[in-house]
Design a protein around this ligand. Structure first.
Ligand code: HEC
Length: 147
């Protein structure tokens, strides 16, 4: 048992070590207030994902659609102060943000469809749309940091 857990630890260290070893994310400088704003909105992003997953599990697909569109979709632009934030962001970072908002709007449409067609295929499509959203989170995180 002990040997097994040591092996598991070694595997985890081996998997994560490269991430510690090299810091290759681009540092994006912005005023402290904007940093705060960005991190607050990030924590909200994670809450939204959590809510979406719970809605899917409860088969509340229209709720998932509503929360995705209103808090992450293209209609949430004003709320995130996107235009103002964008002036501090390099182009690639802006694009990752846009990719996230578009993916969220596509997810919202897919969730509306899943509400009407509750087949396995439809849920699989919905999961694919969700992973396009999380891919945008990961892509930006892999490329940029603000501190
Ligand atoms: C446009 C770029 C971008 C996108 C898209 C993005 N993030 Fe972030 N996120 C960042 C940056 C930059 C940080 C700060 C990293 C650092 O400097 O430590 C961050 C930090 C965070 C944090 C930590 C907040 C804190 O208080 O420390 C969470 C949680 C987070 N993001 C969740 C998400 C989720 C979930 C998504 C997708 C739904 C997402 N982010 C999409 C850029 C992005």
């Amino acid at each position: 048992m002990k040997i097994l857990s040591a092996a598991v630890c070694a595997a985890i260290i081996a998997m994560t070590a490269p991430a510690w070893a090299a810091e290759d994310r681009e540092l994006v400088k912005m005023p402290a207030m904007m940093q705060e704003h960005m991190l607050t909105s990030m924590r909200d992003h994670l809450d939204v994902l959590n809510e979406i997953l719970a809605d899917i599990a409860a088969e509340k697909f229209t709720d998932a659609a509503r929360v995705a569109e209103s808090r992450l979709g293209t209609s949430s632009f004003g709320q995130h102060n996107a235009a103002h934030m964008a002036q501090f962001m390099p182009k690639g970072m802006q694009e990752a943000g846009t990719a996230l908002h578009r993916a969220a709007s596509r997810f919202a449409l897919a969730a509306e469809e899943t509400d009407l067609d509750r087949s396995y295929k439809s849920v699989a499509r919905l999961t694919g749309a969700l992973s396009e959203m999380t891919a945008a989170c990961s892509a930006c995180h892999a490329g940029y940091r603000i501190r």
